[in-house]
Design a protein around this ligand. Structure first.
Ligand SMILES: Nc1ncnc2c1ncn2[C@@H]1O[C@H](COP(=O)(O)OP(=O)(O)OP(=O)(O)O)[C@@H](O)[C@H]1O
Length: 356
């Protein structure tokens, strides 16, 4: 988007210092259990969930003659981390915009936590506990880190006419909001940056700020749009840990991401979209082995192994040669079989011990 500030390139030394600040690079990554038993019956597009937080039906959004989203039925499991993946133009962002009230569908209904959200504007959706992260725009970059955090608080007295006329009320509330903001900034190790312009942050720090800002409203569901985009590999582990922490703290996470290795490492459930439709669903291990998914997507997105980046596997174990083979092949059958072999090697549960 043109209004976004391009993420600054992170000098290696700064990035290393930042990473050390966020996460001890010598510490072994702590293995966290995946949440299982999320669905009822066979894992297939639209499968029912044991405890869904979002249920969408017949959601369709067209732009002129193009159908960007055409989702028959979709349930997002509560208390788990769900990844929404798919090739460019699959409709992921459009679906995100619809679910969060930032766009209106041509037709369709959906509920969040049992309440219908059809036609509910974005600010009310956020008040109900469903928040999404936003990329740092030029305008937000000109606010300080702390001011950005305060913008994330919902239900402020100043938003209500009569309360806004009584300074004592909103001053007290402002102090409370500031305390919460500083607490979250400390957790994300950004407290020292509180007075700095947000535009001065590195790519990774911006992602942390986006996440911290979303948490200001104490959400039940956090929706992350490409949390790893533009993040220096040195900060990757810290970001992954923060996302896993959200689940441990009882939140549900839904994220759009192109990095398959991130999906493999942290997602409990994966939903695959292509041409506006949900084409596959399941746990990461089975989805990555689905030939339809490999055909539609995986062959071209295996360039970087987060396992290597985060020290969970060595470069030899990750075998980068298969990645190159899969992404350069032009023959569909070859691609599928190369992708299948790779996906099996990469995503089979019995390779879990590789990470340790
Ligand atoms: N405002 C719009 N006007 C016209 N077409 C749009 C608009 N927004 C999205 N589209 C089109 O809808 C389709 C789905 O786009 P969307 O951005 O949702 O895909 P995506 O899966 O998020 O892709 P990416 O991974 O590249 O971000 C694309 O063909 C896109 O060009």
């Amino acid at each position: 988007m043109s209004s976004e500030i391009p993420a600054p390139t992170e000098p290696t030394t700064d990035a290393a210092a930042e990473a050390a600040d966020q996460h001890d690079p010598t510490a072994a990554p702590v293995e966290r259990p995946k949440t299982t038993g999320l669905h009822v019956g066979d894992a297939k597009p639209g499968v029912a969930k044991v405890d869904p937080i979002i249920v969408a039906d017949g959601v369709r959004r067209t732009f002129g003659g193009l159908t960007a989203v055409d989702v028959e039925h979709l349930e997002i499991p509560r208390g788990a981390i769900t990844a929404l993946i798919g090739p460019n133009g699959a409709g992921k962002t459009t679906l995100f915009n619809l679910l969060t009230g930032f766009d209106k569908p041509n037709e369709g209904t959906w509920t969040f936590d049992g309440k219908s959200l059809s036609g509910v504007p974005a600010f009310k959706v956020a008040r109900l506990g469903q928040v999404r992260t936003f990329q740092l725009t030029k305008a937000l970059g000109l606010l300080t880190v702390l001011e950005n955090m305060k913008l994330g608080a919902t239900g402020q007295r100043g938003e209500r006419f009569w309360s806004s006329l009584i300074p004592a009320l909103w001053r007290k509330q402002d102090a409370k909001i500031e305390a919460r903001a500083m607490g979250l900034l400390a957790k994300f190790k950004l407290d020292a940056k509180a007075p700095d312009f947000a535009a001065s942050l590195s790519g990774g720090q911006r992602k942390l700020l986006e996440m911290a800002r979303a948490l200001m409203s104490e959400p039940k569901l956090v929706m992350l749009d490409e949390p790893m985009a533009g993040v220096n590999p040195a900060l990757t582990q810290s970001l992954l840990d923060h996302i896993l922490d959200l689940k441990d703290e009882g939140m549900t996470v839904l994220f759009v991401e192109h990095d398959m290795h991130m999906v493999r490492h942290i997602a409990d459930w994966v939903i695959v979209m292509a041409e506006g439709k949900v084409v596959a669903e399941g746990d990461p291990y089975s989805v990555m082995r689905d030939p339809a998914v490999i055909d539609a997507y995986l062959g071209a997105h295996q360039e970087l192994d987060l396992g290597v980046v985060t020290g969970r596997v060595t470069a030899e174990e990750a075998d980068p040669t298969t990645d190159a083979a899969a992404s350069t092949s032009v023959d569909a059958d070859e691609l599928a079989s190369a992708g299948t072999a790779e996906a099996e090697a990469e995503f089979a549960p019995d390779t879990e011990e590789k990470k340790k």
